[in-house]
Structure formats: structure tokens, C-alpha cells
Ligand binder design. Structure first.
Ligand code: ADP
Length: 162
């Protein structure tokens, strides 16, 4: 069975992430969307919330599993029997960071290979950061995030008084 792991912060998951996930399921028997606990970023949603939102918005996609993890992603991949890591490549700005991550992961676990997927055009400049900023300023981006993600963000921002 070909298992791939798609790790990320998913704060929150966007249609860009979902696009990559769907593409990966066409190639792998099982794709594990792995929600990172420690990312070095301040997240708006807790780990459990990020995991739960990912579960809700991907419930209709076959061949995936949503899991959270902490520590090194390669250790989690090993534990899950995955030797392939999926990442998304958007604009050139992603390239350097993604390349260094892929090389470091390979150094930590030589069996791991990273495969990059390019999203559909409409998601090329979409990021979770951008989504949080637009929602914070009262904008609506309904075709870029699932409705329930938009609702959860608005609620969270009100609660946190952001
Ligand atoms: P991380 O903090 O690990 O970068 P993210 O949740 O921001 O986690 O992203 C996870 C992966 O998904 C990364 O490889 C990122 O480049 C990719 N990604 C994020 N947004 C998009 C998008 N709109 N289209 C394609 N890939 C994306």
C-alpha cells in the first residue's frame, strides 16, 4: 500500500490545501493529512480545532486520514509507514523554504522523498495567512475557503477580540 503524508499547520485549511490533497489521492492509496502541533508559528486555532476543521471539510474525500502529530515529521512518517511527503508549491517564494525542508527531512530519514504538487491557478496565491488577514478586515472569500472555515474564523476572531 502506497502511503503518503501531507504535513502542515492548516491554520486554517483552505481550498488550496484541499486541491493538493485531492490531487495526491489520485496517486496514493492513502494520504495522511498530518496537522502539526509545533510549527514555530502562533496559530489562531488550537491543534484540536485545526484537526477537527480538517476532518469536517474533507469528510467526502476518499482515501485520506486526518491525524495530528508532534515532534519531527519524519518520525511521524516512519511510524505511519510513509516514505513520501506531499507538499504544495505555489509561487517562487515557496521554493527555497520547501527545498531546504525537503533536504533536511532527507538527511533525517534517508528513505523519505518529497513530492511537490502545483495547485490550480486560482489557489496559486492563496495562503492561510492571507485568509486570516482578509477575514479580520471583514472581507469575504467564499470560493477560496469552505463556508464552515469562514464561519469558524469569524467566531474565533470575535472570541479572541482580534
Ligand atoms: P506549513 O506551516 O508547514 O507551511 P501550511 O499549512 O502553511 O503549513 O502549508 C502546508 C503545505 O501546503 C505547504 O507545502 C504549503 O506550501 C502548501 N500550501 C498552502 N497553501 C497552498 C495553496 N494555496 N496551494 C498549494 N499549496 C498550498
Amino acid at each position: 500500500m502506497k502511503i503518503a503524508i501531507y504535513p502542515g499547520t492548516f491554520d486554517p485549511i483552505t481550498n488550496g490545501h484541499i486541491d493538493i490533497l485531492k490531487k495526491a489521492t489520485k496517486i496514493f492509496d492513502e494520504v495522511i493529512l498530518a496537522v502539526a502541533s509545533e510549527t514555530g508559528k502562533d496559530t489562531i486555532f488550537s491543534l484540536d480545532e485545526r484537526e477537527e476543521i480538517c476532518k469536517v471539510v474533507t469528510s467526502s474525500i476518499k482515501g485520506i486520514k486526518i491525524m495530528k502529530f508532534d515532534g519531527l515529521v519524519v518520525e511521524f512518517a516512519k511510524k505511519m509507514g510513509a516514505v513520501t511527503m506531499i507538499r504544495g508549491l505555489r509561487a517562487i517564494s515557496d521554493f527555497e523554504y520547501e527545498l531546504s525542508q525537503a533536504l533536511m527531512n532527507k538527511k533525517l530519514y534517508e528513505k523519505i522523498e518529497t513530492i511537490f504538487f502545483v495547485p490550480d491557478n486560482k489557489y496559486l496565491y492563496l495562503s492561510s495567512t492571507m485568509v486570516r488577514q482578509v477575514i479580520k478586515l471583514g472581507g469575504s472569500i467564499k470560493d477560496l475557503i469552505p463556508d464552515c472555515v469562514e464561519e469558524a474564523l469569524i467566531k474565533k476572531m470575535k472570541y479572541k477580540k482580534i
